[in-house]
Ligand binder design. Sequence first.
Ligand SMILES: Nc1ncnc2c1ncn2[C@@H]1O[C@H](COP(=O)(O)OP(=O)(O)OP(=O)(O)O)[C@@H](O)[C@H]1O
Length: 265
Amino acid sequence: MTPAPLLTVRDLRVVIGSRHILHGVDLEVAASGTTALLGRNGAGKTTTVRGILGLVPRTGSVLLAGEETVRLATHALVRRGIGYAPEDRGVFAALSVAENLRLAERPGAGEPAYGLVHDLFPELRRRARQAAGTLSGGQQQMVAIARTLLNGNRLIIADEPTKGLAPKVVTEVAQVLERAAEAVPVLLVEQNLAVVRRLARHCVVLADGRTAHRGLTADLLADAEAARRLLGVGSTGHGDPVRAPAGRSLHLAARPAAPLPEADT
Ligand SMILES: Nc1ncnc2c1ncn2[C@@H]1O[C@H](COP(=O)(O)OP(=O)(O)OP(=O)(O)O)[C@@H](O)[C@H]1O
């Protein structure tokens, strides 16, 4: 029997000012592993994440492990165990790596999971005293993900963690995310389909502020017509960087220097 989803979103709507941005998003985040949230630029992925987190006014239903959270404030959601690695990483440049991690400690959430974090990110232990602003983009991303793992969160939401990173670093971050998802389910907003293919068993595709597709990632990427229509890619072959003519679509940017490890399944 398939386990119940960890997160179930129904008819999520967001209006900012007079602008209707989400018109009814439905999605589930699986109780284990990674679920990808996909869609062309401007489809509403970040707004969906911000809606789930209560960072924008929203209506609809957001069930976390069966509990309705749509009327909760962000701080209450965080206390219920949602960790967020935002698109801009949210790292404090002037503070050390250790201080950045310490800021994420949550009183009352039990002992911070430094063992898990240092096991996943030995580099962060070595660089504990280094100012976070002097880290590479990939290392800063590791700090952002590490912070979500410290507090025994039930769900991690990572918004475009590989954006702007060099191919080799994309591979490193993908491996880190893969290990993180062994500990905690991940909702991953990601443009890099090689990463999505590798990490996410399930995916949800948004278009124009609505859910346009839900299903197995492998099925979507195997269907060239659906991938073109929903994601704007001309091919979903491994490492094939075909962009739609408009240049506003998802891309298969990971032609990693070292190939992403093959999936087990
Ligand atoms: N605060 C805001 N005020 C007005 N419009 C907004 C606001 N935030 C987002 N939008 C608009 O809503 C739409 C969806 O934006 P969103 O950032 O959620 O898309 P996205 O799928 O994450 O895109 P990208 O892949 O480019 O990050 C876009 O047209 C964007 O310009």
